[in-house]
Design a protein around this ligand. Structure first.
Ligand code: HEM
Length: 563
């Protein structure tokens, strides 16, 4: 059962519900400009062929015999190979480059982008697991060539762990999207000059079974079937078992089912020493962006909660003091505040599942002499149902307030003045002993050379920044080239050697000054949840995949306490 906080699960789950970038693609005739098509990347409107082709080209390095290769991000180092020719490949490399992070490897990003691409094009929702490990070097050659004879294609797929039927399914499911381009394949697609032309595998850019039905009824336009018989790999593959597999996929449902299963296997084809996580499923009440920091005169606390909501849903955040007479809600004293606003969140997967999610955000001032020990949410659905989301009965506990990142005082110098470095400001409680060390462990994976960077920097007491609310400020600069984003853990070690950590902070928040809600209320009525006996476990909603194999095809259990 999920319990907050759970890294790296939280990172996987939140990425899964994240809309990567706005996309746009134009359709006119079957041939369209690839430059336009490239823009849509993972979603928006459909036209996302190169994402799916990229994943297979990475997987093609797998050796089923010795367990090496597979979906390990080695494709980033293999792009110059003839077997990876094509503008689509290079464009997708760039599309993927900014998203990897400490917990999401490049290989995970390729996998999740494939899930998004297929879902965006009205295909099935493929389960997603995290935990792939990046190779960081090129792997062996192995991507099949359109001019290969069928024996060679069959043995190539077998070497990667796919039998003949799975080979046919993979190629048919891959070639329902995208097409073959001129000038990369002039033997297949005719054209002139440097103008890019994409000859589509079928008439639609949807993830549909046209590629199968049109092959079987003889109306196919698949350029790897009808144009140049030397390069007719699709003909050789599709007919290699006497059309048995193609006939078994000749309906919308059977095509989607077969593709979901074989794509699931493709995404999970990883080196044998890599263990993937369980399937990532949506957490019904997902708490994120939790941060206690120092504002201009007192502490500030922020958190968000994402849930399935209706227009009349309202959410309040409650919390207990950490210190003083009301510590841990002693005397039943509870603070609470309304959310500062909400926004709809969606991804191609949630859209495909028909799930509407709303994220409610809270920023509240907190008196440093009271601080905060734990928080929870009360959701009023506006229909008579009120639910307390209390992290399965334990509440959401704030571990420590000894060392806190201060994003509003931090700056990304590389953005500001082209000098290298990310300036980090940390607040360390001055009422305790002088810390023996304050430092940041930094990580960047979205780098231009595709290699991860890990470095540690000490922060020193900065007396030019006056203390606030009993906190001194320690500052330092992370100077390595961390790439598009940096994640870091902030540590303070006290004189006794006890270490406190403000974990998994993200450079994307640098410079953000939060405006705290003005009104914080207190109450002594109602029960403080957390550890309350009688909490019941109920099925929040049976989200099931349209195709029966989806990532949400399990009953999601969550501990709710109705009040
Ligand atoms: C016999 C094995 C295969 C051969 C010979 C082959 C060959 C090709 C060729 C020549 C192209 C045109 C590339 C371009 O012009 O940029 C292409 C495109 C594509 N292939 Fe394959 N392919 C094979 C298997 C697969 C598999 C297993 C998948 C996915 C599961 C796949 C997915 C795609 C996609 C999505 C495109 C369109 C790319 C785009 O429009 O950007 N292919 N393939």
């Amino acid at each position: 059962d999920y319990h907050w906080p759970s890294l790296p699960y939280d990172a996987y789950e939140e990425f899964f519900v994240r809309r990567l970038s706005a996309g746009r693609v134009e359709f006119g005739t079957a041939r369209y400009s690839v430059q336009v098509a490239r823009r849509d990347k993972y979603h928006g409107r459909c036209g996302v062929g190169s994402t799916c082709s990229k994943v297979y080209h990475d997987v093609a390095t797998h050796n089923i015999t010795d367990g090496t290769g597979g979906l390990d991000g080695s494709i980033f180092f293999e792009i110059d190979r003839v077997e990876n020719v094509g503008a689509g490949m290079n464009n997708t490399i760039n599309d993927f480059s900014t998203y990897p992070s400490k917990y999401l490897t490049r290989a995970d990003i390729i996998a999740i982008a494939t899930v998004f691409a297929v879902a965006t094009c009205s295909g099935p929702v493929i389960p997603f697991r995290g935990g792939r490990v990046d190779a960081n070097i090129a792997g062996p050659y192995g991507v099949p060539n359109a001019s290969d004879p069928i024996d060679s294609l069959t043995s190539n797929f077998a070497h990667q762990g796919f039998n003949t039927s799975e080979m046919i399914q993979l190629v048919a499911c891959g070639h329902t999207l995208g097409g073959v381009r001129y000038p990369d394949f002039p033997d297949v697609v005719s054209g002139s000059g440097s103008t890019t032309i994409v000859d589509l595998f079928d008439e639609t850019q949807q993830f549909d079974h046209n590629i199968v039905s049109q092959y079987l009824d003889g109306s196919t336009r698949d350029p790897l079937l009808v144009l140049n018989q030397t390069m007719a790999s699709d003909l050789r593959v599709f007919s290699s078992d006497g059309n048995v597999t193609m006939q078994s996929m000749n309906s919308a449902d059977s095509f989607a089912q077969a593709c979901a299963t074989v794509f699931d296997k493709m995404l999970n084809t990883v080196p044998s020493d890599v263990t993937l996580t369980d399937e990532i499923t949506l957490v019904p009440f997902k708490v994120s962006a939790v941060q206690l920091t120092v504002g201009t005169s007192q502490l500030q606390f922020q958190a968000s909660v994402r849930l399935e909501a209706t227009q009349s849903t309202t959410v309040k955040m409650y919390w207990c003091d950490r210190y003083g007479s009301a510590a841990n809600c002693s005397g039943n004293v509870q603070r609470f505040a309304a959310s500062g606003g909400s926004q709809a969140v969606s991804s191609p997967v949630t859209t495909a599942m028909g799930i509407t999610l709303e994220k409610y955000s809270f920023v509240v001032p907190v008196n440093a002499s009271q601080s905060i020990s734990k928080f929870w949410f009360v959701v009023d659905y506006g229909n008579g149902t009120t639910v307390t989301a209390d992290n399965g009965g334990t509440d959401y506990v704030i571990d420590q307030d000894e060392v806190l990142w201060v994003p509003s005082m931090s700056t990304d110098k590389s953005v500001l003045d082209s000098s290298v470095g990310i300036f980090i400001a940390a607040a360390v409680k001055s009422s305790g002993s002088t810390p023996s060390r304050v430092y940041i462990d930094c990580f960047g994976r979205a780098t231009s050379d595709f290699l991860p960077v890990n470095a540690t920097y000490d922060l020193t007491l900065n007396t030019s920044i006056p203390a606030v609310a009993g906190y001194d400020f320690y500052t330092g600069t992370a100077t390595a080239s961390f790439g598009a984003t940096m994640q870091f853990d902030l540590y303070a070690v006290d004189a006794n050697g006890t270490s406190y950590v403000d974990e998994y902070r993200q450079s994307g928040l640098i410079g953000v000054a939060l405006v705290a809600a003005s009104s914080v209320n207190s109450t002594t009525s109602g029960t403080v949840p957390g550890g309350v006996s009688g909490a019941e476990s109920v099925s929040l909603r049976n989200w099931s995949s349209r195709w029966g194999v989806g990532m949400l095809g399990v009953s999601l259990l969550w501990t709710l306490r109705y009040i």
